[in-house]
Design a protein. Structure first.
Length: 332
């Protein structure tokens, strides 16, 4: 069965978390590896199964961003994470299922080379496809239809390099070579117990002691949630084929088959056309994955490999341009 590639951690979890912060000292864990010089974030843990860390200088890093949800009342708590791809100075594509419920806000996280730190920009407008819906595909199970959305940030993303939209009439051959990118999981998510052993958390506990104020507890809880929810940007080579055995109105999706499938948190991320040189071209937007996804395909049965479904961007080019015109007052 397919499922959207992100989940929201409810506030009750945070309350439970804050009650356990003053626990006994914990040993250090393996959640290590500062890769700030190699990737687009300065965090710790992993992404797309066995993917390659994306260097700051890479075009993929300059076009692919972490999309997080927050509650304005508690902005330090990250509630969910998706991926988005830049297609103009302040416009990004993502999955429609990444648009949060009313009352929550979205932020784009980016690495500032100048300041050598991670910063955020507010998403000020979003447009999900008007016919976005869940659907059952005969022989394939439930998935998401028209799972695509446009985001506009409060200003241009510093250092961003937009990826190009494909031609609306583009038809790819079977097993088209693509590059998948995203900020998702590549192994079981770090648990609260794992995060509590992280050196960053141990340092905060040592700093504040056992009698923490509510504000200090919330600071530690927010850092724990950050460790659990946030991941570095990875990419992997894959292959993609259009769905030909489905109803016509579902044929805008393509199936992505690869050895290292996309996973939770990669939702909204891009499949780029693989080219030897030149600008990036967005072919697909990660939407859903099979139950077999997030696993190493080398161990999967050949008859049931892990795979995911991407929204096929060429089908939506005219819709994208029309809505950018409304948001931005100009065409691209």
């Amino acid at each position: 069965m397919q499922k959207p590639l992100f989940s929201i951690l409810v506030y009750a979890f945070l309350v439970m978390l804050s009650t356990q912060i003053s626990a006994a000292p914990l040993a250090t864990t393996g959640l290590t590896g500062d890769w700030a010089e190699e990737s687009v974030e300065n965090l710790k843990t992993d992404v797309i199964f066995d993917g390659t860390p994306v260097k700051i200088s890479d075009l993929i890093a300059k076009a692919t961003y972490d999309l997080v949800q927050i509650n304005p009342a508690n902005p330090s708590f990250i509630l969910a994470s998706c991926t988005a791809v830049l297609i103009d100075k302040d416009i990004l594509l993502t999955a429609a299922h990444c648009i949060p419920a009313k009352g929550l806000e979205m932020l784009i996280r980016y690495y500032s080379v100048k300041d050598k730190t991670t910063k955020t920009l507010k998403v000020v407008q979003s447009v999900a496809h008007q016919q976005y819906d869940s659907v059952n595909i005969a022989g394939r199970g439930p998935t998401e239809k028209n799972d695509i959305a446009i985001l506009q940030t409060e200003k241009a993303i510093p250092g961003g390099v937009r990826a190009l939209l494909p031609k609306a009439d583009l038809k790819i051959p079977n097993n088209q070579k693509v590059i998948d990118a995203g900020f998702g999981f590549n192994k079981p998510a770090a648990t609260m117990a794992d995060a509590m052993k992280d050196p960053q958390i141990l340092a905060l506990i040592a700093k504040y002691g056992s009698n923490m104020t509510q504000q200090q507890q919330q600071e530690v809880a927010a850092k724990v949630l950050e460790i659990i929810m946030l991941h570095p940007l990875l990419s992997t080579e894959s292959s993609a084929s259009l769905l030909t055995d489905v109803e016509p109105d579902i044929a805008q999706m393509m199936i992505v088959n690869n050895e290292h499938p996309v996973c939770e948190g990669d939702s909204g991320g891009p499949s780029f056309l693989q080219q030897s040189s030149g600008p990036l071209v967005v072919l697909g937007i990660h939407s859903t994955s099979t139950d077999a996804a997030c696993k190493d395909n080398s161990a999967a049965p050949a008859t049931n490999p892990a795979h995911g479904y991407d929204i096929y961007v060429p089908t939506y080019v005219n819709w994208i341009k029309a809505n950018i015109t409304k948001l931005q007052g100009q065409d691209i």
